[in-house]
Design a protein around this ligand. Structure first.
Ligand SMILES: *[C@@H]1O[C@H](CO)[C@@H](O)[C@H](O)[C@H]1NC(C)=O
Ligand SMILES: *[C@@H]1O[C@H](CO)[C@@H](O)[C@H](O)[C@H]1NC(C)=O
Ligand SMILES: *[C@@H]1O[C@H](CO)[C@@H](O)[C@H](O)[C@H]1NC(C)=O
Ligand SMILES: *[C@@H]1O[C@H](CO)[C@@H](O)[C@H](O)[C@H]1NC(C)=O
Ligand SMILES: *[C@@H]1O[C@H](CO)[C@@H](O)[C@H](O)[C@H]1NC(C)=O
Ligand SMILES: *[C@@H]1O[C@H](CO)[C@@H](O)[C@H](O)[C@H]1NC(C)=O
Ligand SMILES: *[C@@H]1O[C@H](CO)[C@@H](O)[C@H](O)[C@H]1NC(C)=O
Ligand SMILES: *[C@@H]1O[C@H](CO)[C@@H](O)[C@H](O)[C@H]1NC(C)=O
Ligand SMILES: *[C@@H]1O[C@H](CO)[C@@H](O)[C@H](O)[C@H]1NC(C)=O
Ligand SMILES: *[C@@H]1O[C@H](CO)[C@@H](O)[C@H](O)[C@H]1NC(C)=O
Length: 405
């Protein structure tokens, strides 16, 4: 009995020892391979005028703390369970030139890769899709070309894919709908082709969808109304996007930024959009739309600050409820078919600093004694009294001019 438990104890000791060594040894080997990987990354950098990577010199296997790769500029090792393993590589706005080494895929503990705002060229290595723990891939503001690798859709944990302001081509892989954790997807300002995958509607955690000026076609899929966490959606300046604005977007009850300006959109502006009470920016300008401002829109959009519906073929009048939207700072309704009088309620908008109503059929009996003029004289930020510059008034583009009196 006693001997049995002693044996048992020895076995346990051996097993614990084995587990321990199995745990530690690959850690050591892997650490030096993280170093090899970083040095391979550095080797692919052809220009570093700021000397950002000067601290990246081989530690020659020395394991002392001052030599650790974890102290190299831009490198962090934040895993407690795997000390010495690289978890983040962040070298933003560092003027780095050259290409992104595919070897980065060997940083198996990497969760954040941010190389935004450099001068990197070449393609996005498809090997980055092999990073098993990656959350953030941020490569915006470089000169990257080629396609968005389909391999990046192997992304169980990916939360941020930020690739704006590059020269990327090809289509958006529809399989990004597999990336259930995605919160930010931004490919603005690239030269893509094809459309917005309808399957994106199932990205229920997505908060920011940036598709500005990316040459997309094929319309806005109605399924995007299912992105229940969406805070900001920008598909502006895709002049051939086309189609109409899906009524389902009105279901995006958290949305505060909606910008679809200059997107070749037709059809009517769905009334459901005026029900999104969280909206602070609504910009649908320069589209071949139609519609009217609902009578109560100033009440149903209590947070609206930027109302940009210029050149949208709006009909009808400007409802007095506009005066209830007291956060309004900018109203751009020029180049529409608006009629009737301009409600003096606009004078209640204390934060208003730009009002453009040019090129409509509004009643134009505006002189400095009319009620609207008098009311606008009261529009001022911070309660300071304001005087209107009447010269700009004649064409009815009004900017707040604070003339000290
Ligand atoms: C760690 O490495 C640095 C640089 O090689 C060296 O100067 C220092 O003496 C080493 N420290 C220890 C404790 O070995
Ligand atoms: C990753 O590391 C292994 C082992 O060092 C190497 O053979 C392989 O080429 C590396 N992968 C890349 C993409 O560099
Ligand atoms: C990456 O860096 C850029 C530039 O500093 C920054 O704007 C962006 O928010 C960063 N991305 C993430 C996910 O932190
Ligand atoms: C990605 O999409 C392609 C077709 O577009 C499909 O063959 C493939 O199975 C998809 N991959 C995953 C992981 O869903
Ligand atoms: C824009 O997309 C179209 C196809 O949708 C393609 O023919 C054209 O080359 C793209 N333009 C640019 C500048 O990438
Ligand atoms: C996309 O990225 C650009 C450039 O960094 C940024 O200005 C824009 O706000 C982003 N769009 C969204 C919807 O987050
Ligand atoms: C998403 O939206 C589409 C169209 O609006 C709808 O048919 C579908 O049932 C919705 N739900 C899911 C999970 O896609
Ligand atoms: C706006 O919301 C109200 C209240 O929830 C609802 O009755 C109405 O049908 C909605 N209008 C549109 C156009 O979605
Ligand atoms: C809208 O403004 C009018 C005029 O000041 C006011 O009488 C009304 O109570 C306001 N409505 C709401 C819902 O705030
Ligand atoms: C402008 O403000 C003054 C002082 O608050 C007020 O007496 C006046 O009625 C206001 N004028 C208009 C047109 O709202």
């Amino acid at each position: 009995m006693g001997r049995g438990s002693e044996m048992h104890g020895q076995c346990l000791f051996i097993i614990v020892f084995l587990i321990h060594s199995v745990h530690v040894l690959p850690g050591c080997i892997a650490q030096s391979s993280d170093e090899q990987t970083l040095l391979a990354f550095k080797a692919a950098i052809s220009g570093d005028p700021n000397g950002v990577l000067d601290t990246w010199v081989t530690t020659k296997g020395s394991m002392n703390a001052t030599d650790s790769i974890c102290r190299w500029r831009g490198v962090s090792c934040q895993s407690r369970q795997h000390p010495g393993r690289v978890t983040a590589l962040e070298l933003m706005s560092s003027n780095l030139m050259g290409v992104i080494s595919p070897s980065l895929s060997n940083l198996s503990f990497l969760h954040t890769l941010n190389l935004s705002g450099n001068r990197l060229t070449g393609g996005i290595p498809s090997e980055l899709g092999q990073l098993p723990r990656i959350w953030v891939i941020s490569l915006g503001g470089n000169s990257l070309i080629g396609n968005i690798p389909v391999s990046l859709t192997n992304c169980a944990r990916l939360t941020h894919l930020e690739l704006p302001r590059n020269g990327l081509h090809g289509e958006i892989p529809a399989n990004f709908s597999n990336c259930r954790e995605l919160r930010v997807f931004n490919i603005s300002a690239n030269s893509l082709s094809g459309g917005i995958p309808a399957s994106f509607g199932s990205l229920s955690k997505l908060e920011f969808l940036g598709l500005h000026r990316s040459n997309l076609t094929g319309g806005i899929p109605p399924s995007l109304g299912n992105m229940s966490s969406l805070l900001a959606f920008d598909a502006s300046e895709n002049s051939n996007l086309g189609g109409s604005i899906p009524d389902t977007l009105g279901r995006l009850t958290k949305l505060n930024f909606l910008r679809l300006a200059f997107a070749g959109l037709g059809g009517a502006i769905p009334f459901s959009l005026y029900n999104i009470s969280s909206l602070t920016v609504l910009d649908l300008g320069n589209n071949d739309l139609s519609g009217m401002l609902p009578p109560d829109f100033g009440i149903t959009l209590p947070r609206i600050q930027f109302l940009n519906l210029y050149n949208c073929r709006l009909q009808g009048s400007i409802p007095p409820s506009i005066g209830n939207a007291t956060k309004l700072r900018r109203i751009q309704l020029q180049s529409n078919g608006l009629q009737g009088i301009v409600p003096p309620d606009i004078g209640r908008l204390k934060d208003l600093d730009k009002l453009n109503l040019q090129f409509n059929q509004l009643e134009d009996k505006w002189d400095k004694d009319c009620p609207l003029m008098a009311a606008l004289g009261n529009c001022s930020a911070n309660g300071k009294s304001t005087r209107v510059s009447f010269a700009v008034f004649s064409i009815f583009e009004w900017h707040r001019h604070q003339v000290a009196r």
